[in-house]
Write a protein that binds this ligand. Sequence first.
Ligand code: CUA
Length: 337
Amino acid sequence: MTRSPRVLRQFAACVILSIALAGCSGVQSSLTPAGTEGARVAILGTVLYIGAAVILTIVVVLTAFALWGGDRFRALLADQRTIIAGGVVFPVIVLSVLLVWGLTLMARVRADGAGAPPVHLRIAVVGEQWWWRVTYLDAGGRELATSANEIHLPQSRPVELILTTADVIHSFWVPSLAGKLDMIPGRINILRLEATATGAYRGQCAEYCGGAHALMALWAVVKPENEFKAWLSHEAQGAASPADPVAETGQQLFLSNGCGACHAIRGTDASGRIGPDLTHVGARLTIGAGILPTNVETFASWIRDSHRHKPENRMLPYGILSETEARAIGTYLAGLR
Ligand code: CUA
């Protein structure tokens, strides 16, 4: 039995379409919104995609008629009135409507946007090469808790993200929750968002910022407000004491090897501000800014040779530590929940 070329063509079309559509959903997709602003962007995107497809189809059909159509139709297409209507009037109307709509939509996510609901929480997010410093603030702007590479949000509560950078331009983007906003040296950009569905959503730095740009990810974790409040009050507390002798050895190694010069673990002598705060690092989904899952093995591997996982990152490789020593530190860090 031989398959007809038509069946093969249909099969190939199905495979290509399914590959293309596989990228349309998931934890990092603007087409599966999980927030008010994300939903607005998704509607705008859908209108743009469908509109572009319709206009492209019309243009292709008209081009075909211009090439192979009858003389009368070709004369109509070549008429000056047709050219002005299709080439000037139509684009001006379509683009003006889209511009006004887009600007209105953007205004709502700005802090000074008209009619914006009151904000329940402010979170300062600083882009750094190549990770995110995250600080939760109270109404008076006082620091409640500092964390990194993971943002926790209360469900259905408007939140204001204060976006700045410590070095070069980064861009904060969690596609399911809102549009992207750049973090620009010398500027404070405010992103308002309201997450409506609980879950974990992946974000990514969306502006090239140097060597490890592609490995600068983050997670936004949305939970019911009561759970969020409990989480935040725990996050504001100091670190847990080591739970067993291995973790205790790990803590001693952490402190004696100078890790505290760059990292803070609140409640210990480690108070460095250069790298991520590790007070509750064991409870985070990932380490290395979205690069590795959080467990003893990944901590140990990261400590001994983080550049294997994330080339050019700013942490010195601690190859001088033995595997056992690195695992002891990993055990301590994994216990910081
Ligand atoms: Cu930070 Cu790209």
